[in-house]
Every structure is written in structure tokens, then in C-alpha cells.
Design a binder for this molecule. Structure first.
Ligand SMILES: NC(=O)c1ccc[n+]([C@@H]2O[C@H](COP(=O)([O-])OP(=O)(O)OC[C@H]3O[C@@H](n4cnc5c(N)ncnc54)[C@H](O)[C@@H]3O)[C@@H](O)[C@H]2O)c1
Length: 391
């Protein structure tokens, strides 16, 4: 059997495992959406010895061809008007696709790919609405294929440490979590098509773009309990203000999503989740993430530019024999592959070995239900119950 050793990767329990990759049969991969994040997907696939990138599609004529030329990947078929034409091309014999389209184009291509029997690596957030996510899950179930969602921060050993601390029981029963983060000024507009700020393409703003990471950090740590109710708020004071973009004041008129969101969410098990997220705000940070339990507390420092990472050494607070103790948890750097390589490798391994999706829809549906609940509650101006249809 042809095989190649790769750098040690971390498994999901945080243990180092040596990955031996069977290169006998290469996975035939296609890229849907050749914009900014597709760069990271292609860079990772190029480092995988058992992958052949065979096709790419983008709605903008010529964009896919230019994209693969820039990456120096030859022999890739790109003459497709959209994901549909690419997935209809049976000559490609696609095994898997990365869906790197803007949020409003997550559900359609994911469903179509699954219906064609192709494994899917879908970028975060899962979708824009809960209804879309449910439709994707139905297609996933019918197809029996792997669908993993692109939350690479989960594969950060520091993130995994948060889960380990909670699972150790040292914090006791968790009853309150505060999470979120943001940037003083950081509305993402560096793309010619400004897809992040337009409602027709993004659907949701900071809430989904970076809020989904904050939610995943804490929900994954506590085992993804079901969300029950939510009171949500969204605003767009900065996005709609031309002075936010001195060089491009015209962006203000294009801004159709949120630049700030906050929510109070009740989770199954009597846990309260207090959440806020910002692309722009007049403060340095809306606060660290804190997890409060009956036996201890955990503080996870925020970052200047919330992108799903731990901002510094964490602190565990305990009171033993009437004395207050604080223990620092140093930042871990395991020297292993990039988080993106871990994300792509774990997805490929699941496809090849018939395992479970590394970031499964069964968890992220709760993340999506919260995003959707915040948007709905904000519109109605009151608390709502979260109802998640069975798939
Ligand atoms: N995991 C991460 O670290 C990370 C980082 C940035 C962005 N993202 C996510 O990646 C997604 C894309 O973000 P981006 O910054 O690359 O956006 P982008 O606008 O730069 O690229 C999206 C591309 O998809 C194309 N497209 C849209 N619908 C299509 C379809 N049906 N068929 C073919 N092409 C289609 C567009 O024409 C565009 O070129 C977003 O959902 C975003 O949240 C993830």
C-alpha cells in the first residue's frame, strides 16, 4: 500500500497521533466559491498527499481560473457557471467539495453536493437561517455522506483545554456563561464585492461571522446543550455610518447586516448564556469569556480581534478550605500543523475511513438555532422559544 507519514496531528482528545495517509487512491476534491477563504482551503489541500484538486467553480466568470493560476494548481476544470454545473459534471468523479461561498450560498450548494453523493466541507457559519440548516441536515441524512462545518478553532489545543477543564468536573455544575468578543473597528470590507456586509450575500453580520465561534467555544466545552429560549438584540450603528469608511463612504449604503448583537439564552440543564459580539464598538472589549460553576470558575481572556482564539493564559478560580486560589493555565503551543490543516485532514480522514464528521451538524444545529433565534427575537423585540424540528 502506498502511504505517506504526515506531521503529528492532535486527535479530538488532544493526544498526539501519527497520521499515516493512504495515498493509493487520491481524493478528488472540488472548490465551490473561489474567494478569500478558498485560499486557505487550497493551501491545505495542496499539503495533503492523498488529494487531487480537480475542479473549481465561481459565479463570477473567470474568477475560478484566475484563482487556480494564482495558486499554481494545474489541470483544474473551471468552466462552470455555478456549483450546479460543476456537480453535474460526472466526468470529475468528485469525492468531496469545500464550500467557500458567502453565507446565503451555503445551504443550496451543500444540499446539491450531498444529493450528488459528494462529501462536504462547509465553511462556517452553518447557514443563515435555522430552516436552511434543517434542510441541509435532511440531505445529509439521506446521502449518508460526511458534512463537516469549518470551525477550525476547535482544533486549537487551547480550545480543547477549555473542554478538558469543564469535563474534569473541577468547576462543578456549570450554571452561567458569559461569552463573546469583538473589535473596536473591524467591519470586514476588504473585498471588491463586499459580500460580508450585504444582506443578499451575508444575511447576518458580526452575529454569524464571529459570533458563531464564540458560541462554539463554550457550547462545545459544555457538551452542546439544547438552547431553549433567547432574547436577542442587533444593531448597525457603525455599519450604516459613512464615516466608518473614510476611503469608501459608499459602503454605508450597502451595509445590510448587523455590526453588533447581544443575547440572553437559556440552555437545557438550567445554564444561562450571556452573549455579545461586535465588528465595531466604542470599547476595547465587551469582556472576557467566563464560565461559572458551583465548584470553580474559569476566565478566558478576550482577544483584540475576535477570530476564535484564546487571548492569553486562562485562570481557574477555586475556593478550598475557605481560601481563594487562582491557577494560571498557560497558553499551549504544540508546534503541530496549522488549525486549517487539522480541519482539512480531519475531514478527509472522516471521508476516507467512514468516521463521524469532525464538526458535526448534530451540534452546530444548536449554534445555528441560537443565531437564528437572536435574529428573530431582535426583530420581534421580545423573548422567543427556540423550536428545532427533528431530522
Ligand atoms: N473558517 C474561517 O476561518 C473563515 C474565514 C473567512 C471566511 N469564512 C467563511 O467563508 C465563507 C466565504 O467567505 P469569503 O471571505 O471567502 O467570501 P468571498 O466573497 O471572498 O468569496 C465567496 C465566493 O463564492 C462565490 N460564490 C457564491 N455563490 C456561489 C455558487 N453558488 N457557486 C459558485 N461560487 C459561488 C462568490 O462569487 C465569491 O467569489 C463565508 O461564509 C465566511 O463566513 C471562514
Amino acid at each position: 500500500m502506498a502511504e505517506e507519514k504526515m506531521d503529528a496531528l492532535l486527535d479530538y482528545a488532544g493526544q498526539k497521533v501519527e497520521t499515516v495517509v493512504d495515498t493509493n487512491r487520491k481524493m478528488r476534491v472540488g472548490i465551490i466559491g473561489c474567494g478569500w477563504i478558498a485560499d486557505a482551503h487550497v493551501d491545505s489541500y495542496k499539503r495533503m498527499p492523498d488529494v487531487e484538486i480537480v475542479a473549481g467553480a465561481d459565479l463570477i466568470p473567470g474568477k475560478a481560473a484566475a484563482f487556480f493560476k494564482k495558486h499554481g494548481v494545474e489541470g483544474v476544470k473551471t468552466d462552470y457557471a455555478s456549483h450546479k454545473e460543476m456537480l453535474d459534471d460526472e466526468s470529475l468523479q468528485l469525492d468531496a467539495v469545500s464550500i467557500c461561498t458567502y453565507n446565503r450560498q451555503h445551504a443550496g450548494p451543500a444540499i446539491y453536493a450531498l444529493q450528488k453523493g459528494v462529501h462536504v466541507m462547509l465553511e462556517k457559519p452553518f447557514t443563515v437561517t435555522l430552516d436552511e440548516a434543517i434542510e441541509v441536515m435532511k440531505a445529509e441524512k439521506e446521502s449518508g455522506k460526511i458534512l463537516s462545518i469549518g470551525f477550525q478553532p476547535r482544533l486549537d489545543p487551547n480550545m480543547q483545554m477549555i473542554k478538558k477543564i469543564v469535563e474534569s468536573g473541577e468547576l462543578g455544575q456549570i450554571y452561567y456563561i458569559q461569552t463573546g468578543g469583538g473589535r473596536r473597528r473591524g467591519i470586514p470590507t476588504p473585498f471588491p464585492e463586499v459580500t460580508f456586509i450585504r444582506d443578499e450575500t451575508a444575511g447576518l453580520g458580526a452575529l454569524a461571522d464571529i459570533g458563531c465561534y464564540s458560541l462554539d467555544m463554550v457550547l462545545n466545552a459544555i457538551g452542546y446543550p439544547k438552547p431553549l429560549t433567547v432574547t436577542g438584540y442587533k444593531s448597525d450603528f457603525f455599519g450604516k455610518n459613512p464615516t466608518t469608511y473614510p476611503d469608501n463612504p459608499e459602503y454605508a449604503a450597502k451595509f445590510g447586516v448587523d455590526d453588533f448583537a447581544a443575547a440572553f439564552i437559556r440552555l437545557e440543564g438550567g445554564i444561562i448564556l450571556d452573549f455579545r459580539i461586535a465588528w465595531a464598538m466604542n470599547i476595547n472589549t465587551p469582556g472576557d469569556t467566563i464560565i461559572l460553576g458551583t465548584q470553580g470558575g474559569l476566565r478566558i481572556p478576550s482577544t483584540d480581534c475576535w477570530n476564535g482564539s484564546v487571548g492569553g493564559p486562562m485562570t481557574i478560580y477555586k475556593t478550598i478550605g475557605g481560601i481563594n486560589y487562582e491557577t494560571q493555565v498557560p497558553i499551549i503551543n504544540d508546534g503541530g500543523p496549522s488549525l486549517f490543516d487539522r480541519k482539512i485532514r480531519s475531514f478527509l480522514d472522516a471521508c476516507k475511513n467512514g468516521g463521524k464528521a469532525p464538526v458535526p451538524t448534530s451540534q452546530i444545529i444548536y449554534n445555528q438555532a441560537i443565531l437564528d433565534g437572536i435574529a428573530k427575537s431582535a426583530k420581534l423585540g421580545r423573548e422567543i422559544e427556540i423550536e428545532i424540528p427533528q431530522v
